[in-house]
Write a protein that binds this ligand. Structure first.
Ligand code: SAM
Length: 244
């Protein structure tokens, strides 16, 4: 692990220790993930991995939905906290970029606002690909280029790296480097091992600030063309909304 990478892990451990003190853990699962999961019921009962699960909010929802929940974290304190949420969580330490699971193990891998802390994110992507079963899904969220934090509190240092400025409201993250992608083409390149790649945007305004996220959903497809299966899922989405 590089010095910068271990500095990042230490910062996050501190942040999680602080969350313990203040009891300010994030409670509710990610809204768009909930929508996606409620329709993609074909994956029920299968193994899901959450990379950088934080306070475990998404794992909790996934367990309720019938998934077998696995998670990896760089912060031992986060692991300790999430273990109290459910005995069924199978949690382990994450030493990037290695994902310590066998090949073709998971049917779904998610990572919400966490993967970009890996400066060598490309290596983590190939590890994700390795641990995914054929036809499995990956779901990763990133900061969008119009997110107010990105616009006002970051310095661009190259075409795919930024550094949080000293003005960043999250004190513990000040000066931290992260991966950032400003075009769809760069996301497509990052996910080039995968097929059926969707680069979606999600934004809202709150208290006068603009929040924007990019979430990429893709599939590991080896051999057979799965476009027919993908169309079936799209149809399921359509009929779900027509019923409401
Ligand atoms: C913004 S929080 C998001 C937590 C959780 N995914 C969620 O949606 O609530 C970022 C999380 O990424 C974890 N993290 C830090 N460095 C990481 C890395 N290199 N790879 C993956 N996760 C990392 C942190 O410990 C933290 O829990």
């Amino acid at each position: 692990m590089s010095i910068e990478q271990s500095k990042n892990s230490i910062l996050w451990e501190k942040l999680h220790q602080n969350l313990e003190k203040t009891g300010s853990h994030t409670q509710y699962p990610h809204e768009i993930l909930v929508r996606w999961i409620s329709i993609n019921s074909m994956l029920k009962g299968s193994k899901v991995l959450d990379i950088g699960f934080g306070s475990g909010r998404n794992l909790e929802m996934l367990e309720k939905k019938g998934y077998e929940p696995y998670g990896i974290e760089v912060s031992p304190t986060a692991i300790k906290y999430a273990k109290k949420i459910s005995r069924n969580f199978k949690l382990a330490n994450f030493n990037p970029p290695k994902i310590d699971f066998p090949d073709k193990y998971f049917s779904l891998v998610i990572s919400m606002q966490a993967l970009y802390y890996n400066l060598d994110i490309e290596e983590v992507m190939s590890e994700i690909f390795r641990v995914m079963k054929d036809n499995a899904y990956v779901y990763v969220s990133f900061y969008g280029r119009n997110h107010w934090w990105i616009k006002t509190h970051s310095k661009k240092i190259s075409s795919t790296f930024i550094k949080w400025a000293e003005t960043n409201p999250a004190k513990t993250e000040r000066g931290l480097k992260l991966r950032y992608f400003d075009t769809k083409r760069k996301y497509l390149n990052l996910f080039r091992l995968f097929k059926n790649i969707e680069v979606n945007k999600y934004s809202y305004d709150l208290f006068g600030n603009h929040y924007e996220y990019v979430f990429v959903i893709a599939q590991k497809i080896e051999g057979a063309d799965m476009s027919r299966e993908r169309n079936k899922i799209k149809e399921r989405f359509k009929s779900f909304y027509l019923k409401q």
